[in-house]
Design a protein around this ligand. Structure first.
Ligand SMILES: Nc1ncnc2c1ncn2[C@@H]1O[C@H](COP(=O)(O)OP(=O)(O)O)[C@@H](O)[C@H]1O
Ligand SMILES: [Mg+2]
Length: 583
């Protein structure tokens, strides 16, 4: 219930609309309750009094009641549904905004699918109960209790009979309804398995063909479908008798009511009109009983969903501005790591006390075996994470005391692989500096060696990339990322294996662009091909989270330590690679 209260807070800005809606709902429900009373009178007038004028009046009154019901139900539906849509739209926007306050750690710990599902499916589930719950409760309570009060007043014996019979119908419908719903979900899930197989087969069609595995795949798909057929069969068995049985029980119940009521009429205890009214009230009362049960199931679902959504909303970014954080002034780019320690999980220290200083404008190469902690180190420098202990300072200012946004404006990162947003090439480059003059953007693209290939695209800079547009090669995407970084013009630059996913030709083009990009900035490069590291001012060698060596290429080669070993190993590898290309 606690999370439901929080959901109600979402509705609070729209209190007035909701109160008006609730008012209309009450009027419509009361009108609905009044109709059988008029019908009772009508029947008695026709059958007992045989009064034509009164009959006409009563018919008109009933028509009037229907009209009132029409108007107020419409108003209530409109007000409630619209408020619900508005509140949920606000909520979705709020959640999306909140996502951006969360730290990188939140995103790397979870699968994309899970986050997306919370943002979409769970909210849709919430949407289904947020205003429905109070509306249904109100409406059905009026019908149930109002109905019972009226008929008890008319004849308590018949009322007792209705109160015994109606739940039988409801329990029967609920029991089988639930079973049917469970089977439907089961069928959906099993069909989803076959859909996955279908998708896999389409995307891996080359593999299937080349390994001549059609037979196996047919078998897999067939098994999955057979499985869902078995569930479907169970569902058919239940559903074929379910509908008719409900009908049978409903008619039998009415028949019992009619028989008993008929006796009362013959004995003169009630009028024929009263009997008709009773039967009408019986259906009015049975309605809420069924819908309370359904509502309960939906509320359970909705509560589960809102718990998951509020869990995200209650999270705070681990890396965030402290209350006294200050904007960082324009940087010259001095970087100090002071005994920095870091772990992702308590039991596994990844950075084990690292200490170094880099002067403004220097190029630093980070070298080390894979898993040594190179990427982690630069992510700490970018302040995607905060160190567990120790301090990172830029221009002597501890990173923890600065406003994130002011720092992030001055640091740039080109990752190993670039994923572009849907949209045009221009929009993707402009992301670094919205509203930039096209001339400036082209200068950046030229410096990134991207201009030529962009001009060859069908619509030049306006070419749409991604799913609905052209597919760019990894090298082309990297060059767009570099153009973006050039446009951002950061004082500190990080290149995390920016060229390692590329073939030799693209690498040459990118290497050239990168060298231009690094000029005049403090740069950290993690490169997988060591030839690119020769020219660095300083090489820092990491191993198992520790700084094991540092110096220039020549110094480290003389030392004959880890760098020497890695270098000779990689050089040999490169000779082989070159030979392969030549051959
Ligand atoms: N998000 C993460 N959560 C937990 N462990 C991680 C995460 N990212 C990296 N690691 C671990 O940290 C260690 C260093 O990783 P990384 O910094 O990527 O190394 P490198 O870039 O030198 O190859 C590895 O053992 C890796 O498994
Ligand atoms: Mg790495």
């Amino acid at each position: 219930m606690h999370s439901y209260k929080r959901l109600l807070v979402l509705l609070s800005p729209y209190k007035n609309a909701l109160f008006l809606g609730a008012f209309c709902l009450v009027i419509a429900s009361l009108t609905n309750l009044a109709v059988p009373l008029y019908i009772k009178k009508l029947v008695d007038v026709v059958m007992v009094e045989k009064n034509m004028a009164l009959m006409n009046n009563l018919t008109l009154s009933i028509a009037g009641l229907f009209l009132i019901q029409l108007i107020f139900s419409t108003a209530h539906n409109y007000l409630f549904d619209l408020t619900e849509k508005r509140a949920i739209t606000d909520f979705r926007i709020k959640l999306f905004k909140h996502l951006h306050t969360l730290s990188l750690s939140f995103f790397v710990k979870r699968r994309t699918g899970e986050i997306v599902s919370r943002m979409t499916n769970d909210i849709t589930t919430i949407e289904n109960i947020v205003t429905d719950l109070p509306a249904t409760l109100l409406q059905q309570s009026i019908r149930l209790f109002g109905g019972i009060i009226i008929i008890t007043y008319m004849n308590w014996k018949l009322t007792g009979l209705i109160l015994v019979l109606a739940p039988v119908l409801v329990v029967f419908a609920r029991t089988f309804g639930r079973r049917l719903k469970k089977l439907s979900t089961e069928i959906q899930d099993k069909l989803a398995v076959s859909t996955t197989i279908l998708e896999e087969n389409i995307s891996c069609i080359q593999v299937v063909k080349s390994f001549v595995r059609e037979h196996l795949e047919n078998q897999r798909f067939g098994d999955a479908l057979e499985d869902s057929y078995q569930s479907a069969k169970k569902r058919v068995i239940i559903s074929s008798f379910f509908g008719p049985s409900i009908g049978f029980i409903a008619f039998s119940t009415s028949l019992i009511l009619l028989w008993y009521g008929g006796r009362e009429v013959i004995l003169g205890a009630i009028s024929p009109g009263e009997l008709i009214a009773f039967i009408l009230y019986a259906t009015i009362i049975a309605g809420p009983m069924g819908s309370f049960a359904r509502l309960y199931a939906r509320v359970q679902e909705g509560m589960g969903a809102s718990k998951r959504v509020f869990e995200i909303l209650d999270m705070e970014g681990e890396v965030r501005d402290t209350s006294d954080a200050k904007p960082i002034p324009e940087l010259s780019g001095k970087v100090e790591f002071d005994n920095v320690r870091f772990h992702y999980r308590e039991d596994q220290e990844i950075i084990k006390g690292i200490h170094f200083t880099v002067e403004p404008g220097q190029t630093v190469a980070l070298v080390g075996p894979s898993g040594a902690g190179k990427s982690t180190l630069v992510q700490l420098l970018h302040r995607f994470y905060d160190p567990i202990s120790g301090e990172i300072r830029v221009d002597g200012i501890p990173l923890k005391t600065v406003q994130l946004a002011s720092y992030w404006k001055q640091i740039g990162i080109v990752p190993q692989e670039t994923i572009l947003f849907g949209g045009t090439i221009l929009q993707n480059i402009e992301y670094a500096k919205p509203g930039v003059l096209k001339e400036e953007l082209i200068v950046a693209a030229k410096a990134a060696n991207a201009h030529n290939f962009i001009m060859e695209c069908p619509d030049g800079y306006e070419t749409v990339v991604g799913e609905k547009g052209i597919r760019l090669s990894a090298g082309q995407r990297q060059r767009i990322a570099i153009a973006r970084a050039i446009l951002k013009n950061p004082h500190i630059l990080i290149l995390d294996e920016a060229t390692s996913a590329l073939d030799n030709e693209s690498e040459l083009l990118i290497q050239d662009a990168l060298e231009r990009l690094m000029q005049g900035r403090t740069s950290f490069i993690i490169a997988h091909r060591l030839s690119t590291i020769h020219t660095a001012d300083r090489i820092i060698v990491l191993d198992k989270g520790m700084l094991v060596e540092s110096g220039t290429h020549n110094q480290l080669m003389q030392k004959k330590g880890l760098y020497h070993k890695l270098y000779t190993l990689k050089s040999l590898q490169m000779v082989e690679e070159t030979e392969n290309i030549v051959n």
